[in-house]
Design a protein around this ligand. Structure first.
Ligand code: NOJ
Ligand code: MG
Length: 588
């Protein structure tokens, strides 16, 4: 008798529990946000000098609002001699004159506030410009500044005791030795990037303090957080008995000047670089406690293995960065990737993701080739769909919503140090300029980017067909319209709070977001170069016989708003579709 009652109680409880919607936790603004990267040199030029600028950005914030993104992170806008396009900062608390003034920046923030957009700045702590006053003073051994950078006497040259050799075999990410001799100071300094970007010495508490001041300076000017540059490089292994240790060689890369020639056990991924992020998080949280407002956030540039990158999130005792960037869709996926390979790339981030942390999906940035060039033209919409439908945060590089392709940049026009440090034959394999050419606003002169006779990089030849104006006013579909529809889709509860599963069938990638008893969204992408039939409801019995077609890729002939018979789905090569429906309560 008693056990029957218990059983009944259990049944009632289960039915009750299933019929109640789990209370929705109030999420922070960034947890479901779409982030858009603005590359300021190439976004919009307001004064006709051929370079984008702050007033240009301000004049186009309405475009971001209309896109539907929540937030923009802006590549460096600080004073800089521009040897690495602003990633060589000569004053962290001022604006690069060609980009505008601090007042222009304040205007940008107030316009963003008016539109409800959050602005993040690029924080570049690992290195300054060699034209920063800290470096000038440090090179002159001015009191207090002696140890702002990583200085060392080097080794005595056995063939000439008056000469010095670099302290270790460390390489620059931009080729060749990472050590540069200073005639003035008669010592070497370490630079992981160009010789014009000396690494700051974070083992000096004064440097740590300086960088904290930088964060506070911009928080006070109203930024919502920071994208933090080259964080995995911040600390190097301290010298052992005064000697910097050589890194072991990597036999897979025989070119001795290539950064990958060494295994970076000393110049990357040191534990202290994680700890410093936890300290920055405290500064941001304390700032919010004092001044109110929404959470200020940290996005971390990290291309390291997950076991390291995931630590940036924090741990049981300490909060870290809200969003360490996930570059796996860039590093592990290309034109040749099949559905299984894609699944592995997605797994790579999600497996081991610390509980309760938010995933993010970066599909493009200013350091890599354009989306259609990397993934294949036909997969452009699919990649945007993927970044938007996977759970968490999406990160879009300017122009990827249009399907912008690599621009054409000759050797003479090349300005990126990664290209310039090579030669006229191979520069194109290294240069990042093709992804940095001016943004395409319309079909007019210079794609509506600038009235200048010459822009800093040439406008890509494709601008008359790939641009905002043409794509917004297209009769039928366009990459831009698809992108905007995806953002609209993200406002559904199932996209914000739903569960997710992904799998493949005959090289068709299948991703579903769902809330049992409520809603279902399914993304299908054919990764074959031939037509593929699938019986979706057989592959996944949770999927009902009919779904509504919500969004389709440019290469699809399916019609939005019509019904998809899931028992027999024909997909053309690289066709991608998003469908929706309701889901029975018991499916998982
Ligand atoms: C990463 C940035 O994205 C890249 O553009 C830059 O060259 C390096 N960090 C050095 O700051
Ligand atoms: Mg300008």
């Amino acid at each position: 008798m008693r056990s029957t009652r218990t059983l009944l109680a259990l049944v009632y409880f289960s039915v009750f529990a299933l019929s109640c919607k789990a209370p929705e936790r109030t999420k922070e603004w960034w947890e479901n946000a779409e982030f858009y990267q603005i590359y300021p040199r190439s976004f919009k030029d307001s004064d006709g000098d051929g370079l984008g600028d702050l007033n240009g950005i301000t004049s186009k914030l309405q475009y971001l609002k209309d896109l539907g993104v929540k937030s923009a992170w802006i590549s460096p806008i600080y004073k800089s001699p521009m040897f690495d396009m602003g990633y060589d900062v000569s004053d962290y608390m001022d604006i690069h004159p060609a980009y505008g003034t601090l007042e222009d920046f304040d205007n940008l923030i107030s316009e963003a506030n008016r539109l409800g957009l959050k602005i993040l700045l690029d924080f570049v702590p690992n290195h300054s410009s060699d034209e920063h006053e800290w470096f000038v003073k440090s090179e002159n051994r001015e009191a207090g500044y002696e140890d702002y950078y990583i200085w060392d006497d080097g080794k005595i040259d056995p063939s000439d005791p008056n000469k010095r050799l670099p302290p270790s075999n460390w390489l620059s990410a931009f080729r060749g030795s990472g050590w540069k001799w200073s005639e003035k100071r008669k010592q070497f300094y370490y630079h992981c990037f160009t010789v014009k970007q000396p690494d700051l010495n974070f083992r000096n508490p004064l440097v740590v303090k300086e960088m904290e001041k930088v964060l506070t300076f911009w928080l006070e000017r109203g930024v919502s957080g920071f994208r933090c540059d080259a964080v995995t490089n911040i600390y190097e292994k301290a010298p052992l008995d005064g000697v910097y240790l050589d890194e072991p060689e990597n036999p897979d890369q025989p070119d001795p000047d290539d950064f990958d020639h060494l295994k970076h056990i000393y110049v990357l991924d040191q534990p202290e670089s994680i700890e410093i992020v936890y300290q920055w998080r405290k500064i941001l949280d304390e700032y919010r406690e004092k001044n109110g407002g929404d959470q200020r956030i940290l996005m971390i540039e990290t291309g390291s293995p997950n076991s390291y990158s995931h630590q940036f999130y924090g741990n049981a005792n300490t909060e870290g960065a809200q969003l360490p960037f996930n570059f796996n869709l860039i590093f592990k996926v290309d034109k040749t990737t099949d559905a299984q390979g894609l699944i592995e790339a997605i797994d790579t981030w999600l497996i081991g993701l610390p509980a309760g942390r938010t995933p993010n999906w970066v599909i493009g940035n200013h350091d890599n080739r354009r989306v259609p060039n990397r993934y294949g033209m036909e997969r452009t919409d699919f990649m945007n769909m993927l970044g938007m439908i996977l759970p968490g945060v999406s990160v879009t590089y300017q122009g990827d919503e249009l399907g912008m392709v690599d621009g054409e940049v000759t050797w003479v026009e090349t300005v990126d140090p990664m290209g310039c440090n090579t030669n006229s034959t191979v520069y194109d394999d290294y240069s990042r300029d093709p992804a940095r050419t001016p943004f395409h606003w319309d079909s007019t002169y210079n794609a509506g980017f600038s009235t200048a006779t010459k822009t800093w990089l040439p406008v890509a030849s494709t601008y008359q067909t790939i641009n905002v104006d043409v794509e917004l006013n297209a009769n039928g579909k366009s990459h831009l319209k698809i992108y905007k529809d995806l953002i609209k889709l993200r406002s559904k509860r199932v996209m914000r709070n739903g569960n997710y599963r992904y799998r493949e069938n005959n090289n068709v990638f299948i991703l579903k977001r769902f809330i049992p008893g409520e809603e279902l969204v399914v993304l299908l992408g054919n990764m074959n170069d031939h037509n593929e039939y699938i019986n979706l409801s057989e592959v996944d019995p949770s999927i009902p016989a009919n779904l509504e077609i919500l969004i389709v890729s440019m290469n699809s002939e399916k019609v939005v708003g019509t019904t998809l018979n899931t028992k027999s789905v024909l997909l053309k090569p690289s066709e991608a579709i998003v469908c929706g429906g309701t889901l029975a309560f018991y499916w998982r």
